[in-house]
Write a protein that binds this ligand. Structure first.
Ligand SMILES: Cc1cc2nc3c(=O)[nH]c(=O)nc-3n(C[C@H](O)[C@H](O)[C@H](O)COP(=O)(O)OP(=O)(O)OC[C@H]3O[C@@H](n4cnc5c(N)ncnc54)[C@H](O)[C@@H]3O)c2cc1C
Length: 300
């Protein structure tokens, strides 16, 4: 499939936690000229998928291809790609550092664009954003079809910026009234979010308000692992604890997480975070003899 990069304008770079996390918003043009043809841009990205952009690398000084999960829903904001980006602090960290810098802010002020990957539709009439996955698999978080999710019960476990696919799911579902009809109570979605400190709580007020307004469809459990205010009434400490055993295996303590999730075997469990945490949750459930209805994990 032909790769076409469309210039997107940086329209938001709000600092969530200085030098650590930013909300990023890239706004697409309505049409784009390629090879002498002007194509309209159609944005119908499915909740839970990621787009591909080419930001700069702070380490390499070059443009790099990187994927970002969209945190808003295409039915609410056509052509406005929101995501949340954290500095990974990995040894080779490159673009994740750049997004936190004044250089990125200068791009925004000067109206410099960031290329986003698009494809031509099969009928050749329009451009659509590349999505990292086109089918539902255990290793991605593309949302189930609209004929399925309204009758499901989900548990989303979000580690830090791993909240992005869950925000897209929940915002999309809310726009569709959580799939409620006269005959059905709609979806049930419990979201557990684990971050280091209160500054890193993303969309906290929005999620609290949603849980209050739609208690039959949405529950929110934020957990702070390192710092919390004295009056913090939600979870504290790590949601999983790992003990290394003499034989090299790991004993995985899920008790803190299971305190929030009383009936995990009746739920469709989803997790987004680093590779180790996703594997540990999967192994921990096996160690506890717990089998959720389904398990899907996206690791970055
Ligand atoms: C589907 C998907 C969705 C994602 N969504 C988000 C999101 O919403 N928010 C977010 O913040 N991030 C997201 N990511 C991660 C994001 O794409 C970047 O990988 C991340 O931001 C780190 O980027 P980086 O350039 O700093 O470092 P890296 O991507 O880790 O890479 C830096 C450079 O170092 C090289 N490198 C890395 N490790 C080694 C090594 N051991 N030896 C040699 N070279 C190495 C890489 O090839 C690369 O050239 C997502 C990733 C995927 C796959």
């Amino acid at each position: 499939m032909k790769e076409i990069f469309v210039p997107a304008t940086i329209t938001d770079l709000t600092v969530i936690d200085p030098n650590e996390i930013r909300n990023v918003e890239l706004t697409l043009p309505q049409e784009h000229e390629f090879g002498g043809t002007v194509y309209p841009i159609i944005d119908e990205m499915r909740p839970g998928t990621a787009f591909l952009a080419k930001p700069f690398g702070a380490r390499t000084g070059r443009q790099r291809r990187r994927m970002y999960t969209r945190s808003n829903s295409s039915i609410d904001a056509k052509g406005v790609l929101q995501t949340i980006i954290n500095d990974t602090h990995a040894e080779k960290a490159d673009t994740s550092v750049w997004w936190q810098t004044d250089d990125a802010t200068a791009f925004q002020s000067a109206g410099v664009t960031v290329p986003v990957l698009f494809h031509v539709t099969p009928d050749g009439t329009a451009l659509v954003p590349y999505e990292n996955c086109s089918a539902i698999e255990d290793s991605n978080l593309r949302l189930e079809p609209d004929g399925e999710w309204p009758t499901m019960r989900f548990i989303g476990i979000a580690l830090s910026t791993g909240i992005t696919p869950f925000l897209a799911h929940i915002r999309y579902m809310k726009t569709l009234n959580f799939g409620r009809t006269e005959a059905s109570a709609g979806v049930h979605y419990s979201l557990v979010v684990s971050v280091k400190n209160p500054r890193q709580l993303l969309a906290h007020e929005e999620l609290k308000e949603m849980a209050t307004a739609f208690p039959e469809n949405f529950a929110y459990q934020p957990v702070l692992t390192r710092e919390w205010p004295d009056d913090w009434s939600h979870g504290r400490g790590r949601i999983m604890n790992i003990t290394e055993l003499h034989n090299g295996a790991q004993k995985i303590d899920l008790d803190p997480l299971l305190e929030f999730l009383l009936d995990i075997q009746n739920e469709h469990v989803r997790i987004c975070g680093n590779r180790d945490a996703c594997r540990q949750l999967d192994e921990g459930l096996t160690q506890y003899g717990l089998r959720p209805r389904s398990f899907r994990a996206e690791a970055w």
